[in-house]
Design a binder for this molecule. Structure first.
Ligand code: KG4
Ligand code: ZN
Length: 349
């Protein structure tokens, strides 16, 4: 088969498009990040993100086609992230994809964002994970363990009860006065820190579920204690009192604890599903070096494909197509369906 899919991704603050052949070969991958805009504010402003997507969307798609040396005639299908994500951001991507599908008469595939992150692990150059697969999804909005018996079949077997692990990295970074996005900033600061300096608790959550809001608060309390300040002292001011070496030690101690929590649950999951052949790690936090080192047997996307990108969207759509999924009617695409299954504990995405 020779199937070229244009993948479009705008769920958060990256405007991205890519052309992928047969679900595995990346012909182009263009990502325009809005990180520079949001670093100043310490987080994403949804309205600004949507407007930035609108400006970047068509140039990014044109570049993806040009880099892949494709015209519209060469494209067999268009895939787009339809959920979950920021509403305004998703609207720009989905409206663009719907319009292009109608204009160029291409089948349209509306792809779930987490499924795309998982499929970034099939873009690793021929060395594909073997089923059954366990997927640990660690992004800014989600922390889940998925059991995947075959392509395009997912069962949520563990999920967070509150914050996602990426969100926890971002919030801890804010307490420590590190820039947005917090994950890479924590990882960098941790390189100079003592991971054993501060003892942080592991939450007691039953089964394969997670909780990360307590860890964030534990860091907050530990910082206040270290500085000799009361628990009423505002979190936004703590950074003004911390030394660089304290920041490094907190970053290292927090990162170590977060990774231990993820690895404990993943180990429990592999014990619960002994038939599993491959473990894949997906989502923005999969870029984390220390997490990669802690899980040498697992599949990780290449670092460039850990964060949001269009190639993973195209790959996910390819495996929907080969699994017999019908295209979406571009006139009827709604960005809400399937969101509701997110926190049910079990279900499919
Ligand atoms: O998958 P992603 O790009 O967007 C969502 O779908 O949410 O994930 C973004 C998250 C952010 O919370 C960011 O801080 C985190 O991934 N992240 C990292 C690293 N790089 C990005 N977390 C830890 N270590 C990293 N190196
Ligand atoms: Zn993502």
């Amino acid at each position: 088969m020779d199937m070229k899919i244009l993948g479009i991704e705008t769920s958060c603050d990256e405007t991205a498009a890519a052309v992928v052949q047969d679900g595995t070969e990346i012909l182009s991958n263009v990502v325009v990040s809005q990180i520079d805009i949001f670093a100043e504010y310490g987080g994403v402003i949804p309205e600004v993100a949507a407007r930035s997507h609108l400006e970047a969307m068509m140039p990014v798609i044109r570049k993806a086609l040009a880099d892949a040396e494709c015209t519209w005639d060469d494209i067999n299908a268009i895939a787009v992230t339809h959920a979950p994500g920021l509403l305004g951001s998703l609207l720009i991507g989905t409206l663009t994809a719907r319009t292009l599908a109608i204009l160029h008469d291409k089948p349209l595939y509306a792809v779930h964002h987490l499924k795309s992150h998982v499929y970034a692990n099939w873009l690793t150059g021929g060395h594909a994970p073997q089923f059954p697969v366990l997927a640990l999804v660690v992004s800014g909005g989600h922390t889940q363990i998925l059991y995947m018996p075959a392509h395009n079949k997912f069962e949520i077997v563990g999920t967070t009860h509150d914050d996602a692990v990426g969100e926890c990295f971002d919030k801890v970074a804010k307490i420590l006065g590190l820039p947005y996005p917090g994950g890479p900033a924590i990882a960098k600061a941790a390189l100079n820190g003592d991971a054993h300096k501060y003892k942080l608790p592991h939450p007691k959550v039953a089964g394969l579920d997670f909780s990360f809001s307590g860890l964030k608060t534990a860091v907050l309390r530990a910082v206040q204690k270290e500085l000799g300040l009361p628990i009423s002292h505002p979190s936004y001011d703590l950074k003004n009192h911390l030394t660089a070496s304290q920041v490094a030690d907190f970053a290292a101690s927090f990162q170590k604890t977060a990774i231990e929590i993820l690895c404990e649950k993943l180990t429990a999951a592999t014990e619960q599903y002994p038939d599993v052949q491959s473990v894949v790690i997906a989502g923005g936090v999969s870029a984390n070096r220390a997490l990669r080192d802690a899980l040498p047997e697992a599949y990780f996307p290449t670092p460039a494909l850990s964060g949001d990108n269009g190639a993973m969207v195209a790959a996910a759509a390819y495996y929907e197509i080969v699994s017999g999924v019908e295209p979406t009617d571009p006139y009827a695409l709604n960005i809400y369906p399937r969101i509701s299954v997110e926190n049910t504990g079990t279900g499919t995405i």
